[in-house]
Design a protein around this ligand. Sequence first.
Ligand code: NDP
Length: 329
Amino acid sequence: MPYIANSHRYTDMEYRLCGRSGLRLPLISLGLWHNFGENKPQDNCRAMLRHAFDHGITHFDLANNYGPPPGAAESQFGRILQQDFLPYRDEMIISSKAGFTMWDGPYGDWGSKKYLIASLNQSLKRIGIDYVDIFYHHRPDPDTPLEETMGALDLIVRQGKALYVGISNYPEATAKEAIDILNQLGTPCLIHQPRYSMLVREPEQGLLDVLEDEGVGSIAYSPLAGGILTDRYLNGIPADSRAAGNPSLPPERLTSTVLAKVKKLNELALGRGQKLSQMSLAWILRHDRLTSVLIGASRVSQIDDALGMMANRQFTQEELKAIEVILED
Ligand code: NDP
């Protein structure tokens, strides 16, 4: 059966302008880091993408190295795009990145012009599209001059291979420098992608201020701390969970201190009539300077949980204070 998107897909989602640009992103975006590799059944990947798009999630985030193996998530997404989403390409924001190890030798990592141009060409082939909507430099490179890396991003836009560019994992000072260079080149930085959640607060110490001042959007990755900020680990480590078998979430991170906080946060969330995963996402979006939360999901029901957050995004001052007290404990 050919896929026909839900005609009500834009009814319940909200879209925020990304910094001082004309591009609106959905409050919830879907990332394909761990759940779209060769080891994942295509049916489930396809069901998640359809469900997300059917509910107004227009933004799908990739990187050259997402898999496993590296490249597999782009290929998997590309196959599903060809089967289901080509008629909707102009309703989608597809992003990719380069900056981590992708292939052997001196040209398959970090931030040289050589690497970024070659990597994006490969990504476009794997996905089967002519351009990505957003292309990111994935992490700062201590050895390549920032002018070269930002120059490569500018070139990529001028070549029509990306509509917008962004940076990810750049600390405040380097982000400011990169934003300035991109402004001088005439290709403004659209967006920054930092790790941000109730358990990872570093962006609050300056980075978010810089982005706001400079009119750059921001999209929070790992907003659920890989699943810790949900009810997933309240009663042990389920066999099918990330902590059970994925090196990105070693079980040692689930310390008794962390779990004690998660239990209290869970009670607070239930008191608000929502799941902890929903409160965790709403908390990130509590101020407008965050453009979107970039979730991961291993099944459709988790996307539904995220969508359920839309019904209750308001916090009282007392609730916000109670969250701070729990996090500081
Ligand atoms: P999250 O913090 O949202 O974690 C997602 C995981 O949490 C899911 O895979 C699932 O794990 C669990 N989960 C999600 N919803 C629920 C729920 N309702 N109830 C219980 N468990 C739930 O994000 P990720 O760490 O996956 O990152 C999201 C995206 O951010 C990536 O796909 C990628 O696009 C981007 N990213 C960018 C990085 C960068 O350097 N720029 C680095 C990392 C991520 P389970 O498998 O246990 O079901």
